[in-house]
Design a protein around this ligand. Structure first.
Ligand SMILES: [Ca+2]
Ligand SMILES: [Ca+2]
Ligand SMILES: [Ca+2]
Length: 324
């Protein structure tokens, strides 16, 4: 197993390397599987391809050498990706969505270090649209996956897990409300507790909901994260070495989209949001990661007027938040 710091470092690297894809899929605003808006996916990710960064042979070199992309979904249908969502311990774990069965399903694939890719496994396995999966591993190697599922009539957040060497559990509905619930993100604390956030319309305005699950326990009832007025969506979450949660998301209360930030110490409450972007143009597609020093990094797109919705036409801004 990699050390926690190494995992954080690797997660940070992946978060930023995949920022373009994250931002691109974040433009899929309305949660509909049949969204008429095009989803821009960089060509390297068109078929759920990922690359691997080999060890640097020359530490002085700033060049990153990517391996040859491999098509790991190998599907006749459409494989859509949120990133694809990747986590790693001593293996790579990847989830994505694919409609080759006739409806979108969540597929899982893994590759042990030095090994080969497994056969994709359908882990949602229902007749409804299942999409936007995220995956995380805990300290014992148990895999945890969340995704959006059309319930039907409204979107809910579904959860399944798999212990090391075990099988996938029956999916359960952790949002279980009549609003639209979508775009979940997941963090795992040092005790194996899970922390989920997602966008939800149940309480009027689009809001960010939060639910947690202690190791071996049940999911809590979701609560609304303290919020500005206006709509909130697309939360990204990270957890630091003290098990403090850090979250960024989009909010339009100011009249344009801004990136807000809040944190929640272990056992504490969410802080009041801070506006990180504070710009007159639309600020969208936030990502967050924590490096080995505990410094928190947030990045997002700033879109010039009239350019919203076109990946690659915005500027990527980043903010460093220092707490220690
Ligand atoms: Ca399905
Ligand atoms: Ca719901
Ligand atoms: Ca802005």
């Amino acid at each position: 197993m990699l050390s926690r710091n190494a995992m954080i470092g690797a997660t940070l690297a992946i978060a930023f390397l995949l920022l373009a894809a994250t931002v691109a899929t974040a433009l899929h605003q309305d949660g509909l599987a049949d969204n008429p808006w095009p989803i821009y996916v960089p060509s390297d990710f068109q078929h759920s391809r990922i690359g691997r960064i080999p060890p640097q042979s020359n530490p002085a070199s700033s060049a990153i050498i990517w391996s040859t992309p491999v098509n790991i979904s190998n599907s006749a249908g459409t494989s859509r990706v949120r990133c694809p969502s990747i986590d790693l311990d001593d293996a790579l774990h990847v989830v994505w969505e694919d409609d080759s069965s006739g409806n979108y399903e969540i597929y899982y694939i893994t590759k042990p270090t030095g090994g080969v890719w497994s056969t994709p496994a359908n882990i949602s396995n229902n007749s409804n649209a299942s999409q936007r999966a995220v995956i995380a591993t805990d300290t014992e190697g148990t895999l945890h996956v969340l995704w959006d599922d059309w319930n039907p009539g409204y979107w809910d957040i579904f959860y399944t897990s798999k212990t090391s060497g075990g099988t996938w559990s029956s999916p359960i509905n952790i949002s279980n409300n009549s609003g639209w619930s979508w775009s979940a993100n997941l963090a795992v604390d040092s005790k194996g507790g899970l922390h989920a956030v997602w966008t939800d319309t149940t309480f009027g305005n689009w809001a960010i909901l939060y639910a947690s699950k202690p190791k071996g326990g049940a999911w809590s009832s979701p609560i609304v994260v303290p919020n500005n007025p206006g709509g909130s969506e697309w939360a990204a979450i990270a957890i630091d070495n003290n098990d403090t949660l850090h979250m960024v998301w989009e909010n339009d209360a100011s009249g344009n989209w801004e990136i807000l930030y809040t944190n929640k110490p272990k056992g504490g409450s969410w802080s009041m949001p801070v506006n990180l972007s504070n710009s007159p143009v639309d600020s969208l597609g936030a990502a967050i990661a924590i490096d080995v020093t505990g410094t928190i990094h947030a990045a997002w797109f700033e879109y010039p007027p009239g350019k919203w919705g076109y990946a690659g036409q915005g500027d990527i801004l980043s903010t460093v938040i220092k707490f220690h």
